[in-house]
Design a protein around this ligand. Sequence first.
Ligand SMILES: Nc1ncnc2c1ncn2[C@@H]1O[C@H](COP(=O)(O)OP(=O)(O)OP(=O)(O)O)[C@@H](O)[C@H]1O
Ligand SMILES: O=P(O)(O)OC[C@H]1O[C@](O)(CO)[C@@H](O)[C@@H]1O
Ligand SMILES: [Mg+2]
Length: 321
Amino acid sequence: MELKRIGILTSGGDAPGMNAAIRAATRCAIYKGLEVIGIRRGFEGLLEGDVVPLTSRSVGGIIHRGGTILRTARSERFKKPEGQVEALDRLKKLDLQGLILIGGEGTFKGAWALYKKGFPVVGIPGTIDNDVAGTDVTIGFDTAVNTALEAVRKLRDTASSHDRLFIVEVMGRNSGFLASMVALASGAEYVLVPEIPSDIEKLCDKLYNARRQGKTHSLIVVAEGVMSAQDLALRLKDTAGYEARVTVLGHIQRGGSPTAFDTVLASRMGACAVEALVEGKSGVMTAVQKDEMATPPLSVAWEEKKPLSADLLSLMDMLSI
Ligand SMILES: Nc1ncnc2c1ncn2[C@@H]1O[C@H](COP(=O)(O)OP(=O)(O)OP(=O)(O)O)[C@@H](O)[C@H]1O
Ligand SMILES: O=P(O)(O)OC[C@H]1O[C@](O)(CO)[C@@H](O)[C@@H]1O
Ligand SMILES: [Mg+2]
């Protein structure tokens, strides 16, 4: 089937830099003589045929904007085999010969289902969680780290003025990339991540030793998937009588303009996705591996587990004495 018209959609949680990726993919496709259709609200919009033509001009003025102009959704309907057959039918009715999907590992599982049915797909990893194996980094992660860091630095100001203990809850249901990077960058005393069993006794010992060594304030970063900051505060109170102030950063971490890093990453990945489709590749994702672009199979995203950097965690531990 000759490649003439491609679709682009964004799915799962939004991530800063998705718009820059939409822009890059659209313009690269047009440069290569292809027509581009935007599909709104991820797989939900695909099922409904909710589409908009994308042109060089319509993707102007979005390179710096957070969120996604195509909007996004989590679709239960698409997870069912009947939904996937319906989606395939819709892609054919729309006269598309290729689809670029920007999202996390859930979105990639959905893309894989279409690929298995013979439809050409390429995934672009866009999620603040950075939990996609196969790529060193995902679009939106760097911006989310910087957004959370800015907030934690403000908390540090007031924590130090009042000699207080603060607990900051960051996003990450199943992954601690955001939590560990924010903890290292903010100089936190302790980080709790879903990948490592939590040891509240050890945490209390560390806080106790820090006080004995003259520290007057402390910061703990906890990923939401471990426990809520409020529950952690109760555990610390019960275990060692510590009083902590609690902050939940929440969805603020998903918003805002992409950093330069994310904007460049998204531009590279958008163009790479179109090139992959033009070269006849399918069932692959765009990736950065040691700063080189690569196109590993989508299935790497769930068949392999991306490890947290043990070096970064031990560095944080060493520097927080
Ligand atoms: N196993 C699956 N099979 C088919 N489709 C799936 C599967 N898992 C997820 N999807 C589809 O992908 C959508 C997005 O997945 P999910 O909500 O896990 O977000 P994500 O892409 O991982 O992004 P993020 O984690 O950043 O929010 C789901 O709502 C669903 O429609
Ligand atoms: O906005 P929702 O659908 O509640 O999803 C929240 C989840 O999405 C993420 O922000 C990833 O997009 C996770 O870190 C978080 O657990
Ligand atoms: Mg995900």
